[in-house]
Write a protein that binds this ligand. Sequence first.
Ligand code: SAH
Length: 293
Amino acid sequence: MLARDESGGHCTALLPSPEEDQPAKKWPAGPLAIGDEVGESPRPMASTSVTRLYSDRVLSAGALLELDAAQTHHLRNVLRLGAGTRIALFNGGDGEWWGEIQHLGKDDGRVQVTEQRRRSRLEPDLWLVFAPLKRARIDYLVEKASELGVSVLVPTLTERTVVERLNLDRLRAHARAAAEQTERFTVPEIREPALLSGLLAHWPAERRLLACVETGAAPAIADRLAAERPGSWAVLVGPEGGFSDKELDGLVKLPFVCAVSLGPRVLRADTAAIAALSVLQACLGDWRASRGA
Ligand code: SAH
């Protein structure tokens, strides 16, 4: 199943078959051997040497992109780059392009797009539904979920959720920074918070929901996933106070819910989310594709 993300990129069901992807060219093995590279320039061996910027503008040879104040500040004052430096620009629809910084002023900057670096590729159709956490933990969770390939993050309000105020702009900035750093083509979408009851009542029937329940009553995650198939998935983790009995009773009765245990220890919610996403990606998701695939 295909879906489009907010950045215009393609998402695909978990476990895109390698055939679905663009055929990869052979490059020397290295940390950047990912995607379908184009053009004559071999990729550098260290990803740290390439600055990647997400841009929602159309990327094509010769295009001139105006940078916003935050991007300009980052390039000029944090990375200390200047005119003439080559950076990479990307979005889900156009893929990744090389660009040359033409101007970096105090508040404004301009980059000229030169040539394509990698074509866009299909990315997982994987949601994370989580109860908001305190600032440091939620920032960490958004960053790690982005790195793990989550396409949509849905903050959900459960009976025991205690965090009321959520700065979505800050979370979106974290998601974008993580996408820039992790060589993705898309930036995860961060939805408005929604009540768990409402989310479940309007749940898309074809999407499986991997619900992490800490009671010890659910089967072990790896055993449970052995009986499942790739497709559209979501992971659900509860708040630090756990799900209420009523929520748990309701959850396990739903036909799209696959309730699992993450072992004998009670994990913090951020750890539980990262652990469940990792196991899901390893069993049914795109961890079976190498970076060079
Ligand atoms: N306060 C609760 C723990 C909540 S942990 C208690 O002491 O029982 C927060 C969330 O992380 C849980 O709602 C669940 O979604 C997930 N989680 C933590 N440990 C887990 C485990 N061992 N198995 C499955 N889910 C777990």
